[in-house]
Design a binder for this molecule. Sequence first.
Ligand SMILES: Cc1cc2nc3c(=O)[nH]c(=O)nc-3n(C[C@H](O)[C@H](O)[C@H](O)COP(=O)(O)OP(=O)(O)OC[C@H]3O[C@@H](n4cnc5c(N)ncnc54)[C@H](O)[C@@H]3O)c2cc1C
Length: 466
Amino acid sequence: MSAHSTSERPQPLIVGAGPAGIRAAQALVAAGLRPLVVDEAPACGGQIYRQRLVPDGRSSRDLYGSEAAKAEALHRDFAALDGKLDYWPQALLWNLRDGRADIMVAGTSRQVAHDGLILATGATDRTLPIPGWTLPGVFTLGGAQIALKSQGCAIGSRIVFLGSGPLLYLVAWQYMKAGANVAAVLDTAPFAAKFNLLRGLPLFPAIVLRGMRMTAELKLAGIALHYGVGDVRIKGSDKVDAVAWRKDGLEHRLACDGIGYGLALRSETQLADLAGCRFAFNQRDRALLPKHDAAGRTSVPGVYLAGDGAGIAGADAAERAGERAALALLQDRGLPHDPTRAATLEAELARIGRFRDVLEAAFPFPAHWVKNTADATTLCRCEEITAGEVRAAISRFGVHELNRLKAVSRVGMGRCQGRVCGAAAAELLAHETNRGVEAVGRLRSQAPVKPVPLTLALAAQREAAE
Ligand SMILES: Cc1cc2nc3c(=O)[nH]c(=O)nc-3n(C[C@H](O)[C@H](O)[C@H](O)COP(=O)(O)OP(=O)(O)OC[C@H]3O[C@@H](n4cnc5c(N)ncnc54)[C@H](O)[C@@H]3O)c2cc1C
């Protein structure tokens, strides 16, 4: 596909070539439009259907398991759009201003005007700081999966998976199937929480049964599953060599040299923020998210959201939301669109939303952890700020709002711009000020949304000023 836009006129711009972005592109092309799709990844597929970096003999089944057919269909459908859209892989959209996008591609920054913007930017891992979480050998669950999927690497020779969320069991299972040595799965939720999954049976029986099968296979392989773990500490001096935790008042310890850690996912919302979208608190995701209607329309005309970037709902929902957002764009432009299809997609998305509630109950986020986060634990790893320093800043300056906390403590001011520590800082601030997390606000996004070379950002700024 063309690495350069062939169109002189502004095109609809889709950010993200994951399930949501691809289905959005497909619907726009079907209606006769020629969108520009940009993605910082080298190949299409997004997170779940990420492609390996080099062919390595693994089949789709090896890579995507039960989702192999969906992955193949998505990759194939995107390839079939070749010539009908413009696609820039390895292209990072790092700023949005005045109806234009700054995109870093092939070492330069290009300003692109757009006529309609679909943000399908997906999600990243959510974590809370625990002692030792910055030691070499500790990966997020998503990071551990990326190593396996795209590079065919394991994160250690004796690995523990720790946290909450369906990804916890999925990644452990994928590692086991790939032949890695999985020492244990440490689930922060009590076993009783899993009974909530039974409520999901009438909605999506195949998914619930697949999850149960994975858990059973982990057990049959002799992998220890521990539920309701708390007070987790990752041990080691220059790299991880063990994990310790408490359960029912008893101390446990397990030797390992790799840890995959994650507490489900959080939406990537920086571009929606730069686009000027209004945000509202979402109880299920415990986060302030860009507001959108069932079709993906935001508070800004011509800006649409689709997929996990609009709230965590999974890959099947992302495909539907991408198509739905594209239909909304067509409708808003007065172009022919299919209202029956739109209604079907919305009904399916609502059903998936009900299932998400079930998953949230089965894999709850351990928000209570921040109460006991040791003062010495690093909270913001970019700026090397500990939980104790954050607590001191909150009480010294009487801080109640997250951006103010950033200003007085530098939390969230580093390279990641709070993408890693922002959720944890919000939880800690809420706890320290005795309020709900919805009351402390969210970090305002700043360009560049991800690191870009300074020379490139300055050149783009000069160009815009001329
Ligand atoms: C690391 C990780 C692993 C996951 N693994 C699984 C799994 O195995 N099974 C499962 O069911 N679910 C998994 N999920 C969840 C699943 O990936 C999502 O539900 C699904 O992919 C959502 O699709 P999407 O199109 O919304 O976003 P994604 O698939 O995340 O696609 C978003 C795309 O946008 C691109 N992008 C984001 N910001 C920019 C920018 N500024 N400029 C350019 N490009 C940008 C990204 O490179 C990415 O390709 C995983 C999630 C993560 C974060």
